[in-house]
Design a protein around this ligand. Structure first.
Ligand SMILES: Cc1cc2nc3c(=O)[nH]c(=O)nc-3n(C[C@H](O)[C@H](O)[C@H](O)COP(=O)(O)OP(=O)(O)OC[C@H]3O[C@@H](n4cnc5c(N)ncnc54)[C@H](O)[C@@H]3O)c2cc1C
Length: 669
């Protein structure tokens, strides 16, 4: 099957493509929208915004989430902010610059037309959210405030303290609630989609399990939208919410949706380091901290050893004993280099023996200079710059830092039990976001007609690396401003179809398929818990498919994952029954999917013989240790077709054409 990206062939400038497209697509008459049903799986920022907008337009929406409320979607965790090219700072931002930064930041592995559209609608997102009452931070004068994030030389990130995702989600949720109240959205909390139903080649429904009663339900619709989030939890330890999983995306993959670029994973540089094998989750310290925090390790290896052994602390080292390695290597961007660059640089220093915690897997994030700078600024403003004592300067500076990042510092102190205002934080990279996902065309439709994928669950516009604050932007762009148009064009011929019946052989077969999988687990009576297998998978993924990969490790990983999968089915123990609330059963179904996805992930990483963005192949690096892309052979999206086994997945290539941006080696020096 040839991949058709459906990018409109307007022959005009990229800046007019989306407008022209919208001007000419089929519309559904408002009176006909009420004859059409749409299923939305997932009510995070992507699914929630899509469900609310589609219902507002008049479609009948059925929305599903596995949590007890849409408000618990993983989107709530987003701390740092959301990008938009508003240029409020007057620092030269524009749609083109956001487009450019995103394509460059993604290491030239994204589709130009989609990224341009994303940059274009980004400004509408902010207006929409402000109108909903989302309390984005404001300056004294009342204008919305911005801060900068990695990979950009402008301040374009809108934020709500360290709770941006939560506030945006409350906005989407209140928009949903209005429609739930009107009966236009039927909300299915605590329901998990476990299969897609295809009728005459089109997505026409899902099989869902009521997680409280265990009941297996059939739900039909004229189209199915999947906004089920990312699959970072394939690594077991990640910054993702513990429940985040790949099942919905993987089930549609098994039914024919190609899975694109599974190996593109974002490793976030500023997370609280792993402290032992008792953990089930890692905690992110927002990237916004890199605006003011300086990252360093000791210059001398003896000092690093002394710190690791507890004989010295960070504050015992003078300025000239510290190596601010990001500022040294990347003077133009300094601590604000993109995440992939910052993560690799931390790994490089730690691998060389300069790590600063017991395991040697941590670097410092230090606010002492910011506290001094802000303190002196305050003293100047108060007219006491000549009389303020050093203690007063620290006190005033600390107050400014607390104002900007207080809740993050509080969170760090609670977890690590160390005061980050006084002692530099220890941080290390961790798995955070997945740029891969179900392949979609310009309309956000997968290779299954009528099955759409939005937000982190699609292969997204971020290419091989996502710049900070762009995931929220993409999720909301998809849900509020893109899908509502493109799905209308798809649904226009369906206005006379009438309700889709669920008593058909297709629904029957899909339901039986789900039932068989559930029965297999509860009847297995093995000897190991689901987590036991998930942890082993996570370790293989981190060691061999993590921050750096090579052919030998990947080949081993493929073999090991496939063997682990066999063991899992033989030895897993799932207590309880399938007709009740059974969290072990839920997990078993999800880990089963991770055990297939993990293998495809490694296969994808092995075939891509280049380094780009979040995919760093040790064999392909420049003499300075930077990622070495191979545009001649790999400037494509790798979209995999399921054939029954991940090892036998078929590779399809969507060639990427860059007509508006010239491909160059990414440099942040
Ligand atoms: C700690 C943290 C901080 C972050 N900070 C930022 C930031 O500052 N800026 C930024 O841009 N991005 C940030 N991100 C990334 C961003 O939060 C996510 O990419 C984004 O929120 C994903 O939104 P989503 O709607 O696609 O998915 P999610 O919010 O993960 O929602 C998924 C939804 O799908 C549902 N679901 C999943 N599977 C099923 C199923 N089988 N059946 C039924 N329902 C299902 C879930 O119940 C949920 O409702 C951060 C991520 C993390 C982990």
């Amino acid at each position: 099957m040839a991949l058709d990206s459906k990018v409109p062939n307007t022959n005009g400038p990229l800046s007019e493509m989306w407008t022209n497209y919208k001007d000419h697509i089929n519309l559904v008459n408002p009176a006909n929208k009420r004859n059409i049903d749409v299923i939305v799986v997932g009510t995070g920022l992507a699914g929630g915004s899509a469900a609310a907008t589609l219902a507002e337009l008049g479609y009948n929406v059925k929305a599903f989430c596995f949590q007890d409320s849409p408000r618990r979607a993983h989107s709530i965790a987003a701390q740092g902010g959301i990008n938009a090219a508003k240029n409020y700072q007057g620092d030269g931002d524009s749609t083109y610059r956001l487009f450019y930064d995103t394509v460059k930041g993604g290491d030239y592995r994204s589709r130009e037309a989609n990224v341009y559209r994303l940059a274009e609608v980004s400004t509408n997102i902010i207006d929409q959210c402000v109108a909903q009452g989302v309390p984005l931070a404001r300056e004294y004068g009342g204008l919305l405030d911005n801060r900068s994030f990695g990979g950009a030389l402008v301040s374009r990130t809108f934020y709500a303290k360290g709770q941006t995702g939560q506030q945006l989600l409350l906005g989407a949720y209140s928009a949903m609630n209005r429609q739930i109240g009107r009966g236009k959205i039927k909300m299915y909390n605590r329901h998990e989609m476990l299969d897609l139903v295809i009728v005459d080649g089109k997505a026409r429904g899902i099989i869902a399990r009521n997680l409280v009663t265990g009941e297996i339900e059939r739900h039909s619709a004229h189209a199915v939208v999947v906004g089920s989030g990312g699959y970072g939890n394939v690594f077991f330890l990640s910054t993702n919410a513990m429940g985040s999983n790949a099942t919905a995306a993987w089930k549609i993959h098994k039914k024919g949706a190609f899975f694109a670029n599974p190996c593109y994973t974002q490793i976030h540089p500023t997370c609280i380091p792993v402290s032992g094998d008792h953990q089930s989750k890692l905690t992110l310290m927002s990237e916004s901290l890199r605006n003011d925090g300086r990252i360093w390790v000791p210059k001398n290896i003896e000092d690093a050893i002394a710190i690791r052994e507890g004989r010295k602390t960070a504050i015992d080292l003078s300025e000239d004993e510290r190596d601010y390695y990001l500022e040294r290597r990347y003077p133009a961007f300094g601590n604000l280099v993109p995440r992939d660059v910052a993560s690799r640089a931390a790994k490089e220093r730690c691998d060389a023996g300069y790590g600063v915690n017991k395991t040697g897997q941590a670097v410092f994030l230090d606010f002492a200079a910011a506290i001094q700078r802000y303190g002196k600024e305050k003293a100047y403003v108060k007219g006491i710059e000549h009389t303020a004592t050093p203690e007063q300067i620290i006190e005033m500076g600390t107050a400014v830092v607390a104002d900007k990042y207080g809740n993050l510092f509080q969170m760090y102190e609670k977890i690590v039990d160390e005061n980050p205002y006084k002692m530099p934080m220890k941080i290390f990279p961790a798995v955070h976001y997945t740029m891969g996902g179900t392949w979609v065309d310009y309309n956000l439709m997968t290779t299954i007609p009528g099955c759409f994928s939005i937000g982190e669950s699609n292969f997204s516009d971020h290419g091989a690396n996502r710049l900070g604050a762009s995931a929220l932007m993409q999720g909301l762009a998809d849900g509020y401003f893109v899908l509502p148009y493109t799905i209308g064009a798809y649904l226009a011929p369906d206005i006379k179809t009438g309700p889709i019946p669920t008593n058909t052989p297709e629904f029957e077969a899909a339901e039986n398929n789900v039932r068989t999988q559930l029965e297999r687990f509860v009847n297995n009576k093995g000897s190991h818990s689901v987590d036991y297998f998930h942890k082993i998978l996570g370790k293989i993924m981190w060691d061999k498919v993590g921050m750096a990969r090579n052919a030998q490790g990947l080949t081993e990983a493929i073999q090991e994952i496939s063997e682990l999968r066999e063991r899992f089915y033989k030895e897993v123990l799932v207590p309880g029954t399938m007709d009740s609330f059974n969290q072990e059963l839920e997990k078993a179904m999800r880990v089963a999917d991770f055990l297939e996805l993990g293998e495809l992930f490694a296969k994808d990483a092995l075939h891509r013989k280049e380094s780009c963005g979040g995919h760093f192949r040790e064999e392909y690096q420049t003499p300075e240790g930077e990622a070495q892309r191979d545009d001649e052979n790999f400037a494509y999206v790798a979209a995999w077709e399921y054939t029954g086994k991940p090892s036998e997945a078929i590779l399809h290539k969507e060639e990427l054409k860059f007509e508006n941006i010239k491909l160059v080696q990414r440099s942040y020096k």
